[in-house]
Design a protein around this ligand. Structure first.
Ligand code: SF4
Ligand code: SF4
Length: 469
C-alpha cells in the first residue's frame, strides 16, 4: 500500500531521515550514573513502556512509505531495546516484508548495553544482518566507573559476556563509547582496548555533557538515578553548569587527537572511527553526522506509544511533534516547527562560530551543548568549542592529505606511509605531535605502549559463549 503518493508529499519533505525508535521507551535494565534518559520515564507515569503491535506496524509502514532514498535504516534504541524480547523484532521483519517499496534496501541497527544478549538474540541479528552497537566505555576499571547496575555494581563482565555472543555468531558490531571524566585522559588506551581486545572495526565516541543549574547541580553530581527518599529529576537541556562526570572541553579534543594519532599510523581503512570518517567526508561538502552538519532536524526520536520528538536529545514536552496515530511521520519531520528546529542550528550560530576557521567542519556542534559564552561574551557558544577547535585544527592537514589521495582515486590509507616517512625523520628528542608534551618515541612513536588498565580476562563461565570452531 502506498499511503503517500509523491504528489501529496508535504512541501519540504526530505527524501529520507534517520529516526531512532525506542520500543521500550527509556526503560533500562541497568542504571548508569550519567544516564539522564531514565528520567524520561516521568513523561509517561504509570504506563507500561512497551510498544504495541499496532504502533509497531504503523511505524514501519509510515517509515518505509515516507522514504524516497534507496536505503532505509530501521534503528532501534532505548532505554534498552532487548527488554522487548526477540519476538517483537521478528514481527518487525515480517512487517518490513509486507510494506517494503519496490527497490528499497533495509538496514537494521540496534543499540544495546549487551547484557541480555544470548544465542537467540545473536542468531537473529546474524540472520537479518543487523549492525549492533554495544555500549562500552573502555577497559574494566573505566567502564565500571559509571556504567553500573541497579545494585551499583560495575557491568563490565556482563557486557563482555554479551559481546562474546556477538563474536560467536559473527554479528557486525560497533562499539559506542561515551567520553567522560573517567576516560578523557586515556583515549589511546581505550581505543587500543576496543581494537585489540574486542576486535572492533567500527567505533563511535559520544561526549558526556550533563547540564545542571545552581539548584540541581548537587543532586545531579550524585547521578540521575533515583536518590534515596527522592524521585528522579526530569532531565531537560537547561542550565549552564555541568556535572563532575562531564568531559572537559579541551580534554574532549585531546582525547580524540590521542586516538587520531594512533589511528592514522596503523588503522586507516581497517578501523572506522565515526568522527574521523565524517570529518573527511566534510572536506567534500558531505555532512553525514547531524552534530557537525550546518543544519539538523532529520534525526527524530519515536517513543514506544508513537509520540515523535525533534531529536533523541530533546525528548521533552516542548519538542513533541505529535503522534503517528494522528499524523504521519513525514508530516511531522517536514513540519515548520521541525524545520525551524533544524535551521536554528545554523541561524543561531554565534559570531565566533561564524568567523571560525573550522566552521565548515564543525558548524557549531550540537545545539544541546550550546550553553557557554563566546570569546566576545555572546551566549550560545558550544561548551565543547575549545576541544572541537583543537581537534579540527590538529587533524586538518592530515585530513587534507587523505582528501587529496581520494581526489586522485588513491586509497586514503596511503597516508600511513606518508606519516611513517615523517616519523622516521623525527630526532631522538622530538616531542610527540599529539601535543601531550611527551617525547615522540615514548608517546605515539611507541608501537606497544603499556596500558594502565587490566586486560580483558573472563572467568570460565563468562567465557562460555565463545565458539570453538
Ligand atoms: S540537536 Fe544535536 S543530536 Fe539532535 S539532530 Fe540536532 S545536531 Fe543532531
Ligand atoms: S570550533 Fe568552536 S567556534 Fe569553531 S565552529 Fe566549532 S563551536 Fe564554533
Amino acid at each position: 500500500m502506498n499511503l503517500m503518493a509523491d504528489a501529496s508529499r508535504p512541501q519540504d519533505a526530505p527524501p529520507g531521515f534517520h529516526l531512532l525508535a525506542k520500543p521500550s521507551g527509556s526503560t533500562c535494565n541497568i542504571d548508569c550514573t550519567y544516564c539522564f534518559f531514565l528520567s524520561k520515564d516521568a513523561l509517561y507515569p504509570n504506563e507500561k513502556h512497551r510498544m504495541s503491535d499496532e504502533t509497531l506496524e504503523l511505524y514501519i509502514q509510515q517509515l518505509l512509505d515516507s522514504h524516497r532514498t534507496p536505503t532505509v535504516t530501521i534503528a532501534w534504541q532505548g532505554g534498552e531495546p532487548t527488554l522487548m524480547k526477540v519476538e517483537f523484532f521478528r514481527k518487525s521483519i515480517e512487517i518490513v516484508q509486507k510494506y517494503r517499496r519496490p527497490g528499497q534496501t533495509i538496514e537494521h541497527t540496534f543499540q544495546t548495553n549487551g547484557i541480555l544478549l544470548d544465542d537467540e538474540w545473536c542468531a537473529f541479528f546474524k540472520e537479518h544482518n543487523f549492525l549492533v552497537g554495544i555500549s562500552c566505555d573502555g577497559p574494566r576499571e573505566i567502564h565500571n566507573t559509571y556504567r553500573l547496575d541497579r545494585g551499583k555494581q560495575g557491568t563490565f563482565d556482563k557486557v563482555m559476556k554479551g559481546w562474546r555472543y556477538l563474536r560467536k555468531h559473527d554479528v557486525d558490531f560497533n562499539v559506542l563509547c561515551t567520553v567522560n571524566a573517567a576516560n578523557e585522559k586515556h583515549g589511546r588506551a581505550v581505543y587500543r582496548f576496543f581494537r585489540d581486545e574486542m576486535g572492533a572495526k567500527w567505533v563511535q565516541f559520544i561526549p558526556i555533557v550533563e547540564r545542571a543549574n545552581a539548584d540541581t547541580i548537587n543532586i545531579a553530581n550524585l547521578g540521575w538515578s533515583e536518590q534515596a527518599g527522592g524521585q528522579r529529576m526530569l532531565y531537560t537541556q537547561s542550565g549552564n553548569m555541568v556535572t563532575n562526570r562531564t568531559v572537559g572541553s579541551r580534554q574532549y579534543g585531546q582525547f580524540l587527537i590521542d586516538i587520531f594519532e594512533e589511528w592514522v599510523r596503523h588503522d586507516v581503512g581497517e578501523v572506522f572511527v565515526q568522527l574521523f570518517d565524517v570529518t573527511l567526508e566534510a572536506f567534500f561538502g558531505r555532512h553525514l553526522l547531524c552534530i557537525h552538519a550546518p543544519t539538523c532536524g532529520y534525526g527524530p526520536a519515536l517513543e514506544y506509544n508513537g509520540d515523535l520528538y525533534s531529536c533523541d536529545h530533546f525528548v521533552e514536552p516542548k519538542y513533541l511533534l505529535g503522534n503517528i496515530h494522528q499524523k504521519t511521520l513525514l508530516e511531522m519531520v517536514a513540519s515548520p516547527e521541525q524545520r525551524k528546529f533544524g535551521d536554528d542550528k545554523r541561524n543561531l550560530l554565534t559570531k565566533q562560530c561564524q568567523d571560525c576557521k573550522v566552521r565548515n567542519l564543525c558548524n557549531g556542534g550540537c545545539p544541546k551543548d550550546r550553553f557557554g559564552v563566546s570569546r566576545d561574551g555572546e551566549p550560545g557558544q558550544n561548551y565543547l568549542c575549545e576541544g572541537l577547535e583543537l581537534f579540527f585544527m590538529h587533524t586538518g592537514p592530515t585530513m587534507v592529505l587523505m582528501a587529496q589521495l581520494l581526489q586522485k582515486r588513491r586509497a586514503p590509507s596511503e597516508v600511513m606511509g606518508i606519516i611513517a616517512d615523517r616519523d622516521a625523520e623525527q630526532t631522538h628528542n622530538a616531542l610527540c605531535p599529539c601535543g601531550s608534551g611527551n617525547k615522540f618515541r615514548r608517546c605515539h612513536g611507541d608501537q606497544n605502549p603499556a596500558s594502565p588498565f587490566s586486560k580483558l580476562e573472563l572467568s570460565p563461565v563468562e567465557a562460555e559463549p565463545v565458539a570453538t570452531n
